[in-house]
Design a protein around this ligand. Structure first.
Ligand code: F6P
Length: 341
């Protein structure tokens, strides 16, 4: 019997609890023990743990958030932090640590692996911006929430002859905006990977008016730009050095109103995209990612991340996953312009 730790780090994400179920069920089938580390890397620094058995994860597959809680604590912030994590890992007598997170959490898992810890990654993020896997869990739920919001905005925009600018998350990747925008029938989609001018955006909107369509929906990724810097909140950077994005929709709306004269309103979806129940797909992905992570731990394959390639689960080096962000190919964006307007 071996003992593996599991932690959930970074922003929460629908499907995290399903991963925990996958981890615990697979471990039980192999007669291994699972220790839950609470509040992400903060729990490894403070030895804040909880035993995870079948009872502890019973009936949570459908629940959003994470029963382990999460944090944006960076365990590699200082040498002392890294030493503390290594000391606690040894004291907890762990035979491996499953780290469920995005590029920050998995970047730390990779650094700690290089420093001698037996870590394994599970790709989590609504942003879908991790390399090394076709999909991260949580993305599908976020896309569906954003799509439903865009569906709802259509009827009110149409009733009032308004332009509605809806801002979605995604950090420096436009995946959520692209998928939700296309599925929801947005008239313009703006993403960080391809800069559009306000002239282009307004031409599409006025083109619709000329065709007798007196309302428009603009889907904007929070990390897009219109010829300047990212729009950020006036708050300190987080422990991984990230600025908090947000506020672009207001700037775009003002520009559209000034340039076209059409009444324009904004909606920022924010954390709604991360809250609540995961979709069937994210539950399915979460369960298998969790089970496969334990399979890797059992086989002693550390320094790896579980990954979805087509319909198969494979293992890739953590290094591959955190080396570069996965972003929308500008060619795919250009091809999608046929759906604008
Ligand atoms: O990485 C997930 C994400 O939701 C991003 O899309 C967003 O920019 C960020 O986290 C928000 O972070 P916080 O939860 O710290 O506000």
């Amino acid at each position: 019997m071996k003992t593996f730790g599991v932690l959930t780090g970074g922003g929460d994400c629908p499907g995290l609890n399903a991963v925990l179920v996958g981890v615990v069920r697979k471990a039980a089938s192999l007669n291994h023990k699972i220790i839950g580390i609470r509040r992400g890397w903060a729990g490894m620094l403070e030895k804040d743990t909880v035993s995870l058995d079948r009872e502890a994860v019973s009936g949570i597959v459908h629940r959003g958030g994470t029963i382990l809680k999460t944090s944006r604590t960076n365990p590699c912030k200082t040498k002392e932090y890294m030493e503390k994590v290594k000391k606690n890992y040894a004291e907890l007598k762990l035979d491996g640590l499953i780290c469920v997170g995005g590029d920050d959490t998995l970047g730390a898992a990779h650094k700690l692996f290089q420093a001698g810890l037996k870590t394994i990654g599970v790709p989590k993020t609504i942003d879908n911006d991790l390399s090394g896997t076709d999909r991260t869990f949580g993305f599908d739920t976020a896309v569906n929430i954003a799509m439903e919001a865009i569906d709802r905005l259509h009827t009110t925009a149409e009733s009032h002859d308004r332009v509605l600018v809806v801002e979605v998350m995604g950090r420096h990747a436009g995946w959520i905006a692209m998928y939700a925008g296309l599925a929801g029938g947005a008239d313009v989609i703006m993403i960080p990977e391809v800069q559009m001018t306000m002239e282009e955006v307004c031409n599409i909107i006025t083109g619709r008016h000329k065709r007798g369509r007196d309302f428009s929906i603009v889907a904007v990724a929070e990390g897009a730009t219109i010829g300047g810097d990212f729009v950020t909140k006036d708050v300190p950077k987080d422990e991984f050095g990230h600025v908090r994005l947000g506020g672009l929709a207001d700037i775009i709306a003002k520009e559209i109103e000034q340039r076209t004269g059409y009444e324009t309103r904004t909606v920022v979806l924010g954390h709604l995209q991360r809250g609540g129940s995961p979709t069937a797909y994210d539950r399915w992905l979460g369960l298998w990612f969790g089970a496969k992570a334990v399979e890797l731990a059992d086989a002693g394959q550390f320094g790896k991340m579980v990954s979805l390639r087509g319909t198969k689960f494979i293992a890739v080096d953590l290094e591959e996953a955190v080396g570069q962000l996965s972003t929308v190919d500008p060619k795919d964006f250009d091809a999608a312009r046929i759906f604008f307007g």
